[in-house]
Design a protein around this ligand. Structure first.
Ligand SMILES: Cc1ncc(COP(=O)(O)O)c(C=O)c1O
Length: 441
């Protein structure tokens, strides 16, 4: 196929969706004025799709630290970690991350994406087997492509299926490395880590958990799902990102394994890209201090998550299986998802749209992420907009009595996995058998 043909095919596949409104892949904010507000074409928007879980992007101490680092060290390192791009600052941040997790050592990467690429491809080599959850993030799938190990998928959040796959590998030589996430980014559901840990121990496998959406969000100290489920000692490698709750950019892998540092000389995404600029490092360090000092941020985050989830559920929307800071509305198709996303934006609410092939089970989703920085008023305003737009698009009943009936028919409230909330009865989750093997974006 010629380059022209390829370009035309891409344009055709996106053209129909773009014709329904704005292009979701090239939105430009005029100004972002706070963790929860921005201007788009001169219009004020409530930001409900930023992954800015703790609202730290505008935290005064983080901003001041970043400014101070620029004054002292300049705007960038202009080099990779293994050349001129390692400053004392990078080492300090690695120590800070290791101390935060109570682990022996940490490696800092330039993004969470490269942290997965670099850690997975370096740890899993020829003759090894990588066992990844079918709904893994694109960075985990891409890491598999980069690794020379054999790649085996197990059904999403299904420890029994993982056990079956490991059982079949029992007599095979090579390390078995299981990769899962904490909170999954599309539906906001979290991994059954205790059960996964039991399986990995039974079969002598290693476990890596990507806590991208759970760092700062779950656990008494904000260390994530491993902390919350009390399995930190059995989790061999934790990967994470600074681009969500930490409010800046960068990624890391942290571990008690004495060999972690050896990966610095074979991990290509660590070796062959520029290191994080000083301002980013300083801001990230401050964010960890804020997480330590302000556990109430997590309480506020989960309170807000509950308000948004309950509010959308009461309106009659079909949501993901758990209350979580990621709240996904399941929609009947791509086109309606694009229309919904556009209409919300016209009404002043920015969310994320997620459609196949970037979603598990080929779902079409309107994905919101809530922040500790959202006010009750902002959430109430957003819910009013969801109600109006949802009714306009015939997704939910227009009147309250019908909505109440629908919500009652949909069953009890779902489980709450984080924060200090009481657990609630679980509603039937998405059938794991039905999930597709599509990689997520
Ligand atoms: C589970 C998961 N891992 C890794 C990443 C990549 O993080 P970053 O944005 O820092 O590259 C993301 C980002 O969305 C993610 O959701």
């Amino acid at each position: 196929m010629s380059l022209e043909d390829k370009v035309q095919k891409i344009q055709e596949s996106f053209g129909a969706l773009k014709a329904l409104g704005r292009d979701p892949t090239s939105l430009e904010f005029d100004r972002v004025t706070s963790p929860t507000e921005a201007e788009l074409n001169g219009k004020k928007m409530i930001l409900l799709g930023t992954n800015n879980y703790l609202g730290l992007t505008f935290d005064e101490s983080c901003v001041a630290a970043a400014k101070g680092a620029i004054d002292q060290y300049g705007t960038g390192t202009t080099g990779s970690r293994i050349a001129n791009g390692t400053y004392g600052l990078h080492k300090q941040l690695e120590q800070r991350v290791a101390d935060f997790y109570g682990k022996r050592s940490a490696m800092v990467y330039s993004t969470g994406y490269t942290a997965n690429l670099g850690s997975i491809s370096a740890l899993a080599q020829s003759g090894d087997q990588l066992l990844i959850d079918a709904d893994s993030h694109a960075s985990i799938y891409d890491a598999c492509r980069m690794s020379d190990a054999e790649v085996i998928r197990f059904r999403h959040n299904d420890p029994d299926n993982l056990a079956k796959k490991l059982e079949r590998l029992q007599d095979r030589p090579g390390d078995k490395i299981v990769v899962t996430e904490g909170i999954y980014s599309m539906l906001g559901d979290s991994a059954p880590l205790k059960e996964i840990v039991a399986v990995k121990k039974e079969y002598g496998a290693y476990l890596m958990v990507d806590e991208a959406h759970s760092l700062g969000v779950m656990g008494a100290k904000g260390r994530g799902l491993c902390e919350q489920d009390d399995v930190e000692a059995d989790c061999d490698f934790i990967v994470g990102t600074f681009s969500k709750s930490i409010g800046t950019v960068g990624g890391f892998c942290v571990s008690d394994h004495p060999g972690l540092d050896a990966l610095r000389s074979i991990s290509r995404p660590y070796m062959f890209t520029a290191s994080l600029p000083p301002a980013v490092i300083a801001a990230a360090q401050q964010s960890f201090d804020q997480i330590d000092a302000n556990p109430q941020l997590r309480d506020r985050l989960w309170r807000n998550a509950r308000i948004l989830f309950d509010g959308l559920e009461a309106l009659g929307f079909k949501l993901g299986p758990e209350v979580s800071p990621v709240v996904a509305i399941m929609l009947p198709g791509k086109e309606v998802a694009v229309r919904f996303w556009n209409a919300l934006m016209v009404a002043g609410v920015y969310t994320n749209i997620a459609i196949p092939p970037s979603t598990p089970n080929a779902l079409s989703l309107l994905r919101s992420s809530i922040s500790a920085a959202h006010t009750r008023d902002q959430i109430a305003t957003a819910l009013d907009v969801f109600a109006q737009v949802g009714a306009d698009l015939d997704l939910i009943p227009a009147n309250k009595a019908d909505r109440r009936r629908l919500a009652e028919a949909q069953g009890p409230l779902r489980i709450v996995t984080g924060g200090n909330m009481q657990a609630k009865p679980v509603q039937a989750p998405v059938q794991e058998e039905q999930r597709s093997s599509a990689a997520k974006g």
